[in-house]
Design a protein around this ligand. Sequence first.
Ligand code: YRO
Length: 315
Amino acid sequence: MNEIKNKFKTSIAGFQLHNYLFNASGPRCMTLEELIALGESRSSVILSKSCTLLPREGNPEPRYFDLPLGSINSMGLPNLGYKKYVEFAPLLRRYNKPYFVSVSGLSLADNITMISELSEVPEIDAFELNLSCPNVIGKPQIGYDFEQTKQVLDEVMKITKKPFGVKLPPYFDFVHFEEMAKILNKHNIAFVTCINSIGNGLFVDADTEKAVIKPKGGFGGLGGEYVKPTALANVKKFYELLRKDIAIIGVGGIASGMDAFEFLLCGASAVQIATAYQKEGTAVFARIEKEFIEFLEKKEYNSLSEAKGKLKIYE
Ligand code: YRO
């Protein structure tokens, strides 16, 4: 990829990015058409929907609902199966930006199979391993089970030379941040993406007296403005606790240039857009990029590093 000349460029996993924002794995990144639209947009990376070994239809609809301050979803991992994301890789090269594949196997064995094969594909640049997946029935999702996280990372490290990152669920307890950071620091990971949706919220429509989504009795992951303070806290904490060579990618409630700037202050090297991308489509990237650059210029910053991690706190 060409050298990028832009005072607000950034880099993740050794790849220079032409700007600080790209799509989150989630909305509008499942089909080839959607991935091409990301290629044509101002998203600085093309990131796929989390894939599984076999294609999945996902949960019955309604499974996503726009809320006044964000979104709720219980999509159930609809995706075309990992082989399609291999097939798409050469077709996405022409956009001259990195192509990352999100992997979310339903078991450790599935993750190993997918990552070994994806590692052989030259046009796939990195992985984002989604730790919000259940691995063993009856146990919490991997990211909330530190033993399982350790085991998965130990195994994945052995089978890929490509850079990989992990997508984390939100944490709410300082001991959990410390335990997770200790594990991550012992592994050769290139980036950490904070946060996945806040799990198992319930949105009630008082008029209809009904939950707004169908799967799981109405329970689903929250995104958007509801989750921004939690996302900022997770970015800030991991920025403090992780090795400096692990980049932090912020996600959760970014809908303006000012939101993106807040994540920069907390230590993010880049941010991803999920709910706002679902609501606005690919035009969201150019809009937020413009707002972000205008905001930085108004504050007379000349590079992202001048503000990165520089959040002030009371003495
Ligand atoms: O339902 C989803 O596909 C979904 N939604 C999210 O907000 N985050 C996710 O990581 C996923 C996929 C993983 C899982 C929640 C279905 C286990």
